[in-house]
Design a protein around this ligand. Structure first.
Ligand code: SF4
Length: 53
């Protein structure tokens, strides 16, 4: 629950900045993310901030 709230908050901060979620997503690698939008995704349900585990 807290992880989801933190993730949503971090997404909001990124949107205020440059908007590219992939830049700070821990899944930003061809072997872990198959989304065609990578690395320039601005909207993604699988986003996980690098700082979250
Ligand atoms: S999961 Fe989403 S935000 Fe993360 S790298 Fe893939 S497309 Fe980008």
């Amino acid at each position: 629950m807290i992880k989801k709230v933190k993730n949503a908050f971090l997404k909001l901060l990124i949107k205020i900045d440059n908007g590219f979620l992939c830049d700070v997503c821990r899944l930003n690698h061809p072997s872990t993310c198959a989304h065609p939008e990578r690395p320039n995704s601005k909207k993604c349900n699988d986003f996980e901030h690098k700082s979250l585990r």
